[in-house]
Ligand binder design. Structure first.
Ligand SMILES: Cc1ncc(COP(=O)(O)O)c(C=O)c1O
Length: 387
């Protein structure tokens, strides 16, 4: 009954003439096409061309991060983040189970161990109180590092994703990471343009990452970046992203395993053009939130997720959360899919994936519960203009 009601409500939002309504489309205009064409005409297409450097400079200015190393995508940026911090095999990395898969996968790329932590009951924040109690219980400091008494491994870092653009309690999480001697990695893939007390997402930790995938607030087709204020980490990320080639005008020499991860200039050209429009995209997305809010004003079955205290969110994906432990059925997604309105559930919690089941975890009761209560609504920046 509740599911049918939700279908009707969402269906009413989008007239038939405007369908299909996708979850999140890139907002590409003539200027973007012109910029990419110019890169092609100038043959500035590879990662060695100057447009890549230019994009990095502009990202530095926008995020106020001291160093930016652009990458092929956000996943490779996360991989480089772990390598730059010198996370070793068999070391554990904390991350919420309510999360995109990349954080767990990059741990496995380097034979590190994902360790899943709990989320709050009614929002997307890490359950900081339970986390602190848990770490007090299962760890001790050994060799100035956090040692897991249960698994007999070191816990080296925590990865905190700013899901759907929202930044929660970042100061508290930083405090916990300091207290337990953990490196702090911010996954700001979804949070370009989000700020916490006027400081950009990804700049609070030791290292952060961004994504410019096709569905992100700005897109370079595919793309990502490592951002940090630490020169050593930045230089390491840059070296590893360019197959660890030694700097020399004509010699080709390499002194460690490297990766071909640097962003090509053809993608950077689109990234630069999109970045120029980010403030307008954010405004449109914040307006879309207001519009959804006014539409769901009298709603009592679910709530529309608003930006947390102290955070100015980019509202990358608009989100509703069912109230009172009510679960969402597949019927909602199927019916709306047939009506060409593409909403989606949140990812299945990571600890339930076959290849991740065996890894250590906290009690994840809230995670499993909230994952069944979330729907992402269509969130393209131009949606509001179309209607
Ligand atoms: C939270 C989060 N982290 C990491 C990534 C990885 O980025 P990419 O798709 O660019 O590899 C994504 C998304 O795509 C994401 O949503």
């Amino acid at each position: 009954m509740k599911n049918t009601l939700i279908i009707k409500k969402i269906q009413k939002l989008f007239s038939k003439n405007h369908r299909p309504i996708f979850l999140h489309e890139p907002d590409i205009d003539a200027k973007d096409i012109e910029n990419v064409s110019l890169a092609l005409k100038q043959k500035k297409i590879s990662s060695h061309a100057s447009i890549t450097l230019d994009f990095e400079k502009k990202l530095k200015r926008f995020t106020k991060s001291k160093y930016v190393v652009s990458t092929m995508n956000g996943t490779s940026a996360l991989h480089l983040a772990l390598l730059s911090l010198k996370v070793k095999s068999n070391e554990e990395i904390l991350m919420p189970s309510l999360n995109y898969i990349a954080s767990a996968n990059v741990c496995l790329y380097i034979n590190a161990v994902p360790h899943f932590i709990e989320t709050k009951k009614n929002n997307l924040n890490i359950d900081t109180e339970s986390l602190e109690k848990y770490l007090n219980l299962i760890t001790k400091q050994k060799n100035k590092k956090c040692y897991n008494l249960k698994t007999k491994r070191y816990i080296r870092a925590i990865i905190v994703p700013h899901l759907f653009g929202h930044i929660y309690e970042i100061e508290k999480i930083k405090k916990i990471s300091k207290k337990f001697n953990l490196l702090f990695i911010e996954d700001a893939a979804e949070a370009l343009g989000s700020f916490y007390k006027k400081k950009h997402a990804g700049t609070f930790g030791d290292i952060g990452i961004l994504s410019f995938n096709g569905n992100k607030i700005i897109s370079s087709g595919s793309g990502g970046a490592v951002i940090t204020n630490n020169k050593k980490f930045a230089l390491k990320a840059l070296k590893l992203s360019t197959i660890a080639k030694k700097k020399h005008s004509w010699k080709y020499e390499y002194d460690e395993v490297g990766f071909n991860y640097r962003l090509p200039s053809i993608n950077a050209a689109l990234g630069i053009s999109q970045l120029k429009k980010i403030n307008n995209f954010i405004k449109l997305k914040r307006d879309l939130f207001k519009k959804y809010k006014s539409f769901f004003k009298k709603e009592n079955i679910f709530e529309l997720l608003a930006e947390p205290k102290n955070c100015r969110s980019n509202y990358w994906l608009q989100t509703i959360i069912m109230k009172n432990n009510n679960k969402i059925s597949d019927k909602i997604f199927k019916s709306l899919f047939l009506l060409k309105i593409f909403v989606r559930p949140i990812w299945r919690p990571l600890h339930l994936s076959n290849h991740l089941k065996r890894f250590p975890k906290m009690k994840l009761k809230n995670t499993e519960n909230i994952a069944k209560r979330i729907i992402n609504l269509p969130s393209s920046s131009f949606l509001i203009k179309k209607k």
